[in-house]
Design a protein around this ligand. Structure first.
Ligand SMILES: Cc1cc2nc3c(=O)[nH]c(=O)nc-3n(C[C@H](O)[C@H](O)[C@H](O)COP(=O)(O)O)c2cc1C
Length: 330
């Protein structure tokens, strides 16, 4: 059985890797991920605000993760472990490279073209094998058009593409007017793939104290379905790599993401709660799935149920909406 996959031009031993999170700030976790079979190590993001020295913004970001997750997960690092400054982040790339034989995918997070982009070159120099770009941005202003926002993403991709030779993936949010159009523009700009999708904090209103809090629960497998739709729709419209991120918790979820069209599958919440060893179980489950369904290779699976290949393309599109509504019975 051939589990290997090509992601961003990297030949990987299988499609499974941790998604960006502080899990790999701890080198024991990195080694355990390698032992469990991970095919690459994706680092958490280095934020433009960290590079620009805006510590208040960084602290706010980190404390949000911690408020939401510190107690919910066993594998969330301590504050001091998570606060890798720009130089420590570069050092961590070298440490991970020394601790494993795995490709390292570093991550940069920024919203506008700025001096932080120079860090892309530093990340390359520090030995990263690829770079994931997270352009996390919430479109909150009525006077900023969708076109302006998309152009901002394209400008970042263009600047980073010029700055480095290593492969670049762009981690997208699902909240664009035309995800498919934006992805194809990102491909035209020279990126090597997209990661679908980011998960966002949604506000919660505390009705007793009359306060609004940012709140993000860890994902469940339900979150995967949004990704499946867009993987399936995009697979035949772009040539570059697609990775799934969001809602992968079981081996069947891994299979689903591959069948829809993902070349790589990232797992975050599941590993944060159950530990790096969980990846081995997912991998074993994938092999069992492949044996059961007589797939000899992962490449046979990738996109086998994409929009073009699935028996009922309407399932990805509008027809599904009408039919699903009619299925509802009290
Ligand atoms: C604690 C935590 C920290 C994260 N940090 C980052 C980050 O630094 N950069 C990033 O791009 N995504 C980050 N993410 C998002 C994950 O990479 C992933 O996209 C999201 O959790 C959805 O995947 P999942 O359902 O497998 O958790 C983080 C997620 C969690 C739970």
């Amino acid at each position: 059985m051939n589990l290997s996959t090509n992601y961003l031009g990297l030949k990987l031993r299988n499609p499974l890797m941790p998604g960006a999170s502080p899990l790999v700030d701890n080198l024991d976790n990195v080694r355990r991920l390698q032992d469990a079979g991970a095919s690459a190590i994706v680092m958490h993001s280095l934020f433009a605000e960290q590079i620009d020295g805006n510590q208040i913004a960084v602290d706010k970001h980190i404390s949000r993760w911690q408020d939401n997750f510190a107690e919910a997960t066993n594998f969330f690092p301590n504050v001091d472990e998570y606060e890798l400054g720009p130089q420590e982040y570069l050092d961590q790339i070298a440490k991970i490279k020394a601790a494993t034989q795995l490709p390292v995918i570093a991550s940069l997070n920024g919203t506008h073209v700025g001096s932080w982009i120079e860090y892309a070159a530093q990340i390359e120099k520090a030995g990263a094998d690829a770079l994931e770009l997270n352009t996390y941005f919430l479109a909150t202003l009525a006077n900023v058009s969708a076109a302006t926002l998309e152009q901002r993403v394209i400008a970042i991709v263009s600047a980073v593409r010029k700055a480095v030779k290593i492969p670049v993936a762009v981690k997208l949010s699902p909240y664009y007017t035309s995800v498919a159009h934006l992805a194809s523009r990102i491909e035209a700009e020279g990126a090597n793939g997209v990661v679908m999708f980011n998960r966002f904090f949604q506000p919660e209103i505390d009705v007793e104290n009359l306060e609004v809090h940012p709140k993000l629960d860890l994902s469940t497998s339900e979150d995967l379905r949004l990704r499946l739709r867009w993987l399936g729709l995009l697979r035949d419209q772009v040539k570059f790599s697609l990775a799934a991120s969001g809602g992968v918790h079981t081996a069947d979820d891994v299979a689903r993401a591959l069948l829809a069209g993902a070349d790589a599958v990232q797992v975050t919440a599941e590993l944060l709660t159950r530990g790096p060893g969980r990846l081995a179980e997912l991998l074993k489950g994938l092999e069992e799935f492949m044996a059961r369904h007589e797939y000899e290779s992962v490449s046979q699976m990738v996109g086998a149920l994409s929009l073009r290949n699935c028996p009922d393309p309407e399932a990805y599109e509008r027809g599904n909406y009408l039919r699903t509504l009619q299925l509802w019975k009290e």
